[in-house]
Write a protein that binds this ligand. Structure first.
Ligand code: BV8
Length: 252
């Protein structure tokens, strides 16, 4: 990776307001399959067959077997150098926030706290009758589909399925962050799933400097000010060091 461009260096010197958005690509090197990649989750399944309320209504057992399989994979996964670099960015920049589309919980395990899991978290379950939400780390699940111990109703993963609206409070905060950020770092997303896919355009519209990290170009690349092609676990630690050098050069 070359020297950080002057325009970005100036923003770092002024005290960077950094917003990060991640997708499944950042967890790929932790062994968590992406959605649309070569070994993508959708390759063997179709989104509409599984990650939708209709699929759950039609066949809750099939949907939970898919989540049980993903939970088993994710339980063995560790945060990688890309997750750790983003956790360090939170410590480095007071005005930092992370919006992740991932439901694997790996950013939290890497140490990020200023974090929005905008599509939920697959270690959380929700009672379909009472709406209560709690952590469930059973691997494998003892009962498929699992039921609420209090009322006996079906439990569901506390994630946002296709066709479900995102939490309005999360969306309000997200648009506020997109309006105020000076740099938007977008890592490992195909930029397909709405409304998050439109977030980079929203930040750009408000004057943000957009940095994209991906192994291949995406629809976001054409509005990026800096496209860092490569694996997140390799690119992000180097990018973090360049940011640190920037901060040091400011204080000299
Ligand atoms: C909504 C949680 C309003 C579940 C997820 C028709 C009917 C109903 C809805 C729609 C419709 N048409 C459009 C819609 C809207 C729909 C949508 O966008 N569909 C798409 C497919 C067109 N959106 C919704 O339904 C959203 N809600 O709009 O509400 C509404 C309400 C009713 C009706 C209409 C609208 C809700 C979307 C949330 C869905 N839930 N996850 C679960 O995970 O089980 S989405 C799922 O996709 C994950 O969250 C995932 O993170 C996300 C996005 O995918 P990516 O993260 O980008 O992953 P992907 O595999 O695609 O890409 C990986 C990238 O990483 C690639 O670019 C690759 O090159 C790169 N990469 C790979 N390795 C690396 C790497 N990069 C760096 N380093 C590496 N090593």
């Amino acid at each position: 990776m070359g020297e950080i461009p002057k325009a970005l260096r100036e923003k770092v010197h002024k005290g960077l307001k950094l917003l990060v958005i991640t997708g499944a690509g950042i967890s790929a090197e932790s062994g968590v399959p992406t959605f649309r990649g070569e070994d993508g989750l959708w390759k063997r399944y179709r989104a509409e067959d599984l990650a939708t309320p209709w699929a759950f209504e039609r066949d809750p057992k099939l949907v939970w077997e898919w989540y049980n399989w993903r939970r088993e994979i994710i339980a063995k996964a560790e945060p990688n150098a890309g997750h750790r670099a983003i956790a360090e960015m939170e410590a480095l920049f007071p005005n930092f926030f992370l919006i992740t589309q991932n439901v694997d919980g790996l950013h939290r395990r890497a140490g990020n706290h200023k974090l929005m899991e905008i599509h939920g978290n697959l270690w959380l379950v929700r009672c379909t009758r009472e709406g209560a939400v709690w952590e469930n780390h059973e691997v494998p699940l003892k009962e498929i589909p699992p039921r609420c111990g209090r009322c006996g109703a079906l439990l569901r993963p506390h994630v946002v399925w296709f066709g479900e609206s995102l939490d309005p409070e999360n969306l309000r905060l997200a648009y506020q962050l997109l309006k105020g950020c000076e740099v938007l770092l977008v890592v490992g997303t195909s930029g397909v799933v709405q409304p998050v896919a439109s977030f980079p355009w929203e930040a750009k519209r408000h004057g943000a400097y957009v940095v994209e990290v991906n192994i291949e170009p995406t629809p976001i690349t054409r509005i990026s000010d800096l496209f860092l092609k490569g694996k997140a676990s390799e690119i992000l630690p180097v990018f973090l060091n360049e940011l640190k050098d920037c901060l040091l050069s400011r204080s000299n």
